[in-house]
Design a protein around this ligand. Sequence first.
Ligand code: LCS
Length: 395
Amino acid sequence: MENKNFRFETEAIHSGYLSDEHQGSLVPPLYQTSTFTFASAEQGERRFAGQEEGYIYSRLGNPTVKILEDRMAKLEQGEAGLAFSSGMAAVSAVLTALTKTGDRILCSQGVYGCTYGLLQLLKDKYDIAHDFSLMSSKEILEEEIRPNTACIYIETPINPTMKLVDLELVASIANQRGIPVVVDNTFCSPYLQTPISLGCDVVIHSATKYICGHGDVIAGIVVGKSDFIQQVSRTTQKDIGGTVSPFDAWLLLRGIKTLPVRMDRHCENASKLVEFLRNHPKVEKLYFPGNSDYVDDNRIMQKQMKKPGGLISFSIKGSKQTAQLFMNQLKLIKIAVSLGDAETLIQHPATMTHAVVPVEERRKMGIEDTLLRLSVGLEAWEDIQEDLDQALEKI
Ligand code: LCS
């Protein structure tokens, strides 16, 4: 069974785990242990020296975590995976592994607020600079890749503006120059988009979101080539220490089983709500892959995403206060950051997820004060729509 490639839905439930190796336990066991005993001092020496396979200490590896890493590698079509204590632990471990003082990182025209904060920190403390790029054509990319560009870092869809980046285009240019392309695939999950299959090198997830799906874990995942994963595992993960807890890995394994079913429902609900919001007189603009003001995005969406996803951003006619008033009228929809949960969540990026980004930068990214981001949950779409409708009526 292990060598056969099953369809995504099947791999999400089975891959990386053989019950025969675990007393027949249907569900992967939770190895809730910090350390592993050695049969002898010599065995401990061999394990530390890398001469013998086996677990040592849970910061360096844990059997429950390993199942999660293998499953995610399979779903992302990569060689190996590595799990982290948060999405930011994953982002920082990858970026610090790929760069050194004097390098530059070429980024998509917008990233999650804390990723922006990390880029700022790398610049201020370690002289690792970054450039934001539209990455919309070969010419733009060729101009913006500099001799010291050490990696390309992309969110697509971009949080929270939902703008897309053509991954095949970026990968084709970066591959020729040997520059690794890192993609934060949080908004899509591997069910909707697999950047490695498009030529990208590394995929990152805030597993806190769709991978978990139940709003009860903070975690991150990195997938890439085995040698890169091993390098990160032995350096920026081991020594900085952002490893996931076995229990959180266990919860993630549970969540992943229903990822395809959940994603289908998130997408279906979102597409219904897009129709409603697009036609609403109090909605100024709508940002949704394949259905927005971005001309090229429909083409990119068709090319690289299975479906447009479960996140919708939209701006309200009026001011920041109008947007906040609207949020305060919602009854079913919760005001909260995070996304990808069963509950529909709404947040105000300018004062929440992207509040750390200086206002001029925010504007360049397209984050207006009236912009809201809706993470469409798994409730009946009619109930979500009715809640939006009654709150829009009140502004
Ligand atoms: N990458 C993306 C695209 C994200 O949206 C987030 C978190 C992270 C990385 C970091 O992951 P974490 O450490 O939180 O697991 N995004 C959030 C958001 O949009 N609302 O709340 C958190």
